[in-house]
Design a protein around this ligand. Structure first.
Ligand SMILES: [Zn+2]
Length: 259
């Protein structure tokens, strides 16, 4: 059976680079892992200069239409970040980064489409294409990475109770690393018992100085890079970032502090 596009009702007939070619070209080293991570239980590992991770998950119109426009919009902003150039990001630039990040997070979930459904449901994906509407309860953070990995993609599920249960809050954390840039997207599907409540997914560690909150509701400019870089060995580490939400500590208090 023909696969459907992630974002519309067309047939998925186009290969989408999860990380765009212009970013892949900046990730170097013949023998070094360029993309290394996992999505759920599925490991992603490729290497090589022209290494790419593609998903056959979108249609030609989406890939060469709004997705390509979004890449063009994001490139002049993400480019300087990769090159470690100090930058003031205004509201529109923050919005572009957030849209690009959510697009990439959604596309990433198609990497093991055979094994499982995307965390993002049809409504969330279609509305994102149609009107750039972000999935509810979604946040995006931007950090500077000072370690030695070239790139990485990590997708992790978390639940606040039994994953098999019907009334459970399910959240999904995507971490995308390329050169000096690390982006994290958190999306939450709240259990019914949380309707109307404020949702706080507890985190481990203090990330205030290491992550910039790409709060699209705020018009405040943010300054890149953040005061503290994320590293391989010294805290805060990349691994700590990937696992900073209490994904193994269940059940937890969903009303607990957002440290
Ligand atoms: Zn499409």
């Amino acid at each position: 059976m023909a696969r459907k596009c992630l974002f519309c009702d067309n047939r998925a007939d186009s290969k989408e680079d999860v990380l765009p070619v212009w970013i892949q070209d900046k990730l170097g080293g013949k023998k070094r892992p360029v993309v290394n991570g996992f999505y759920g239980y599925h490991r992603i590992a490729t290497q090589g200069v022209k290494s790419s991770v593609k998903t056959g998950c979108v249609c030609h119109d989406c890939n060469h239409g709004w997705m390509s426009e979004l890449e063009d919009e994001a490139r002049p902003i993400l480019g300087p970040l990769i090159e470690d150039i100090h930058l003031l990001l205004d509201r529109n630039q923050k919005l572009t980064i957030a849209r690009w990040s959510v697009k990439t997070a959604m596309t990433m979930t198609a990497l093991n489409r055979k094994q499982r459904e995307s965390f993002y449901d049809r409504d969330e994906r279609f509305r994102f294409r149609e009107s750039s509407t972000f999935p509810r309860h979604t946040r995006v953070w931007l950090g500077r990475y000072g370690g030695s990995a070239e790139g990485g993609m990590f997708g992790i599920d978390g639940w606040d109770g039994n994953p098999e249960g019907s009334n459970v809050t399910h959240f999904y954390i995507t971490t995308i690393l390329f050169k000096r840039v690390v982006i994290q997207v958190l999306s939450v599907h709240a259990g019914n018992y949380l309707k109307g409540s404020t949702i706080a997914i507890p985190t481990r560690g203090n990330w205030r100085d290491a992550l910039l909150d790409i709060d699209i509701g705020s018009s405040a400019n943010i300054f890149w890079p953040p005061p503290i870089s994320i590293s391989d060995i010294l805290e805060p580490t990349l691994l700590r970032l990937v696992y900073r939400f209490n994904v193994n500590a269940r059940p937890f208090d969903p009303f607990g502090p957002d440290a």
